[in-house]
Design a protein around this ligand. Structure first.
Ligand code: FES
Ligand code: FES
Length: 972
């Protein structure tokens, strides 16, 4: 290796450094120097998180070779823009305008903004958007609008038109914080580049730590493993150990990730997933070995020397292939379809096929078959895990995790360390949106430490992460819906076929979502439906915001528009006629928890009328305009047995420490926790600055559950109220004033209190009946009515969303910036889901750009969310939960808008420009776009419903969970 000494002027000071001119990028060098504010996400020049200014020009440092940079060049990084005690106005604006969520993109955006404002002191919003588009700055969390707001505000301050004070939130003098845009506590470190994410933690580990690289052969989607030959790899320089499944077993592990049934009809009998594959490869991203070496380069070079001999098996890359009668079993112990959930209502409960009769005899009916894509999460930060034995003998795993406690359950006995000796600590996290609910990556790092007894760091390339991490489950569906001559829905029948991918965990849980959220929040008197899920050889399905409901709305909200058209009724009016009114029942034969639907539609109406009028006015043959609607919503909490625990402690200086596991992934775990604590402790007159959060470390924080299911605000909020009441009561003196810490100690009164909340206190909760789908699993809902306005270029087929409006009800808004962040972010994912995002082709969908992540110009600046704030009496301070509803159905609003613009209905997502263009060409020739033929999803719908009726299974109760294999207890 030939190295070079060189000088660079970095942030104003000349600094000497040693580099490898052939290999190092500028980002590598900066990060080695400790300037870890420069983040590396894609490492391919497509995300902008590594942006720095080199000799006055904005560049992406991950692709800039150091050997091409002149000595004494000037480099400006985030660390040179401002510090916590001397913030630049851009950094202040980012914090104050809600532009910080996970923060991984933030240093790159701030540096990029600095460069923009050097060139253009008074940019317009569109110029700002053009700049970020040109420089490829991607944010996956915010939906971009707040970022443009922040640039505009910072520019005003820099021009002297406003002061920092003018753009800053001030603590209210009346102590009324709830709902206000209090700044998230993690924002300061993030805007200064001082938040140490996973790769930053790795750089700061002791030098003797081992670097771990996965052997991910990527040679087949389905194959028997004949032999794994590690002999050559073991001889490579720097290699300490090549670990295969045998080594994990020799260390006392089972090599099997814990698994359990969530449903009475699941047929999986043994856990489906190993830590390292031993006998079989089930999907492209499977891992067969780990190489532990002194450096990452050594580990990577050795990993390439591991030889894997295989015998290819038939590959079933989607649901339709895996459920064909001649398909082989992918997991030998069970048929490929491994779980199903029916739903019946009205005449369907007497006799399922009577629903078909109602449809046949109704005035109008429509049918359609639909496909929702395998959507990748595309967080800008990939996957990186550190593991080590801590000073108390715990196997500590630092990682990205949406459920630090549930991860311990999933690791189970797989690596040979008892569960009570595993400690999960969440790193500052560059978002996840669901993929980090799975602990496969944690198992890998844990196995490496368990086998080598050494601290290890596992950092995947973005491509490795893409192939390794789970995705949103794709879904095929068939459905019919009918209405009477007045446009009132009479009946629906539907069937869903979910592609679970290679590993089954959680698949029997998600099937409840389609049979709850299809046709939400309408009244449908007669229903016959089923949701099935099958194993395939593609990536496994995992959590993603709005978990399982987008697949349902893909069918139902398209059918709503199709039926409205058939009945000759405006789609808004058609929805108005069919939304549930007080007391009316959902498809699970239970009342909705709240009925804000009418009021929400009234709020949307003027926007809809204006949009339709404008679309007509602006419509041209070259650019067709259209407006699309879609109702959506989601549940709050994980169900009848959900629970959360938090602790509050009074400190000597009168401040409060809050302990919880409200996992902060950028979606508001920090500020959410602060908001509920402020409100719960209002009698004490606490300010945000007086709350110290200790979060997401299983050794010191109580279990507040997963950050999923829009549950955190609801569950943690309630638990905080309970803990706060205990603390306040303990502090209260007879005269109504409060004891100080010293007085408490002197009187022997405890200063730390725990609050535990369980959803079971809500009357009437029940899991869905596995034979009928009747049930009411969750105590609250969130609601979202979406409207997309699109322009379709008829020459290219490209769709641009020009405005997006959402009317939402999440109960009382706890922090407007945080909820807006969820809303805009969710909507931006929905737009990407509709138009571009995909992880289907494993050779192409390897990074965020090729997988279709929306850049800023793909998301409209006109993104508006209006809140109808129901006072949810079951929720903490009237709130329900914010997040999932915002990504439930926005994609169908876009797809409906495309149809209304140009007559092309896209049944199979995503609506790429090629697909829309193909439709336009057919229409131009006077042809008709043929919808997909009804899919074969495993059985005839009514035959299967009859079969279920004839063979009911016993209801497993509200607490149903059956551990499998070595996991002998409930762990989730
Ligand atoms: S552009 Fe450099 S890390 Fe993505
Ligand atoms: S805040 Fe931009 S990627 Fe998370």
């Amino acid at each position: 290796m030939k190295l070079r000494k060189m000088w660079l002027n970095i942030n104003g000071a000349n600094r000497m450094l040693i580099c490898n001119p052939e290999k190092d990028t500028l980002a590598d060098v900066l990060r080695r120097m400790g300037l870890t504010g420069t983040k590396v996400g894609c490492n391919k020049g497509v995300c902008g998180s590594c942006s720095v200014i080199l000799n006055g020009k904005l560049i992406r440092s991950c692709t800039k070779k150091i050997g091409k940079i002149d000595e004494y060049s000037q480099v400006l990084t985030i660390e040179g823009i401002g510090t916590p005690t001397n913030l630049h106005p851009i950094q202040v604006a980012w914090m104050q305008l809600g532009a910080v969520q996970c923060g991984f993109c933030v240093p790159g955006f701030i540096v990029s903004t600095y460069a923009l404002l050097l060139e253009n002191k008074k940019p317009t919003r569109e110029e700002v958007r053009d700049w970020f588009q040109k420089h490829r700055n991607v944010c996956r969390c915010t939906g971009y609008k707040q970022i443009v707001d922040a640039v505009m505000a910072a520019a005003e301050v820099m021009r002297g038109e406003k002061t920092i004070e003018d753009i800053s939130f001030k603590n209210p003098t009346d102590g009324e914080y709830y709902g206000k845009p209090v700044i998230r506590p993690t924002a300061l470190a993030k805007v200064c580049g001082l938040a140490d994410y996973g790769d930053d933690q790795e750089l700061k580990m002791p030098a003797e730590s081992l670097k771990v690289v996965m052997v991910q052969p990527k040679i087949a989607h389905h194959a028997n493993i004949i032999k794994i030959d590690t002999s050559e790899a073991e001889k490579m320089p720097g290699v300490v150990k090549v670990i295969t499944a045998k080594d994990i077993k020799a260390a006392g592990g089972t090599n099997i990730m814990a698994e359990g049934h969530f449903h009475e009809r699941t047929t999986i009998m043994v856990p489906s997933r190993t830590v390292l594959c031993e006998d079989k490869i089930y999907r492209y991203g499977d891992v067969v070995a780990l190489v532990c070496a002194d450096t990452k380069d050594h580990a990577r070079a050795a990993a390439e020397k591991v030889k894997v001999e295989i015998e290819k098996l038939p590959e079933y890359l989607g649901y339709l292939d895996a459920v064909m009668p001649d398909a082989m079993r992918i997991h030998k112990d069970t048929p490929n379809i491994f779980a199903l959930q029916p739903v019946l209502k009205g005449v369907g409960l007497d006799e399922p096929s009577k629903v078909a009769e109602v449809i046949d005899n109704s005035a109008f009916s429509v049918e359609g078959s639909f496909f929702a894509t395998r959507e990748p999460h595309l967080s800008i930060e990939g996957d990186t895990v550190q593991a080590y034995f801590d000073e108390d003998g715990f196997l500590a795993i630092q990682c990205k995790s949406q459920g630090v406690y549930s991860s311990i359950g999933r690791i189970g006995n797989s690596v040979g360390v008892p569960k009570d000796k595993i400690r999960i600590i969440m790193n500052p996290t560059g978002a996840s949106f669901g993929w980090s609910t799975n602990a496969g990556d944690l198992c890998l790092a844990a196995a490496a430490t368990a086998v080598t007894k050494m601290p290890v760091a596992l950092s995947m390339t973005y491509e490795e992460h893409q192939h390794f991490s789970g995705k949103r489950r794709p879904c095929h569906s068939n459905g019919r819906v009918a209405c009477d001559k007045n446009g009132k829905i009479t009946a629906t029948e539907f069937e869903f076929g979910m592609d679970q991918g290679a590993y089954t965990f959680g698949g029997d849980d998600i099937i409840s979502k389609q049979v709850r959220f299809a046709f939400f929040p309408y009244v449908v008197p007669n229903v016959a439906g089923i949701s099935r899920i099958a194993i395939t050889n593609h990536n496994f399905g995992t959590a993603y915001r709005s978990y399982g409901s987008p697949q349902a709305f893909t069918l139902s909200e398209a059918l709503m528009d199709m039926l409205a058209e058939k009945a000759g009724i405006d789609p808004f009016e058609f929805r108005w006629r069919n939304i549930a009114r007080t007391g009316e029942l959902n498809i699970n034969s239970h009342p909705f928890r709240l009925y804000p639907m009418e009021k929400m539609m009234e709020m949307m109406k003027p926007h809809y009328d204006k949009a339709v009028k404008e679309a007509k006015e602006k419509d041209t043959p070259e650019v067709r305009r259209g407006v699309g609607l879609a109702w959506g919503g989601f549940n709050v909490s994980e169900g009848p047995t959900d629970h959360a625990t938090v602790r509050l402690e009074l400190n000597p200086d009168g401040t409060i420490t809050k302990y919880d596991t409200w996992q902060e992934l950028g979606q508001g775990g920090d500020i959410g926790s602060v908001m509920v604590t402020l409100e719960a402790l209002k009698p004490l007159g606490i300010t945000p600055e007086q709350i110290k959060l200790v979060q997401s470390d299983t050794k010191i924080c109580p279990d507040s559950g997963m950050s999923a299911g829009s549950r955190s605000h609801y569950m943690n909020g309630h638990a905080t109220i309970i803990a706060a009441e205990k603390l306040i009561n303990a502090m209260k003196k007879k005269d109504g004033t409060f004891r100080t810490y010293d007085e408490m100690v002197k009187e022997g009164i405890a200063t730390k209190y725990e609050g535990k909340y369980m959803t079971i206190v809500t009357p009437g909760l029940s899991r869905l009946d596995p034979n009928t789908g009747i049930g009411d699993p969750t105590p609250a809902f969130t609601y979202a009515l979406n409207m997309a306005e699109v322009a379709v270029d008829t020459k290219t087929g490209k769709t641009t969303v020009t405005r997006f409006i959402c009317v939402a009800d999440v109960g009382k808004v706890g922090n407007i910036d945080a909820v807006n962040g969820q809303a805009y972010g969710g909507i931006s994912h929905s737009i990407g889901f509709a138009l571009s995002e995909n992880y289907d082709d494993v050779t192409k969908h390897t990074n965020i750009a090729s997988s279709g992540v929306p850049y800023i110009k793909d998301i409209p600046d006109e993104l508006h969310v209006f809140y109808h704030e129901s006072d949810d009496k079951t929720g903490p301070f009237g709130s329900s939960g914010a997040s999932e509803a915002f990504q439930a159905s926005g994609h169908v609003a876009v797809l409906n808008a495309i149809y209304n613009a140009c007559g092309v209905r896209v049944f199979e997502m995503p609506a790429t420009k090629e697909k829309v263009k193909e439709g336009l060409d057919i229409l131009a020739k006077g042809g008709k776009i043929n919808p997909p033929k009804k899919y074969f999803l495993g059985a005839d719908l009514y035959d299967e419903l009859e079969e279920i009726k004839a063979n009911p299974v016993p209801y497993g109760g509200i607490d149903f969970f059956k551990p499998l294999g070595a996991a002998g207890e409930r762990f989730f």
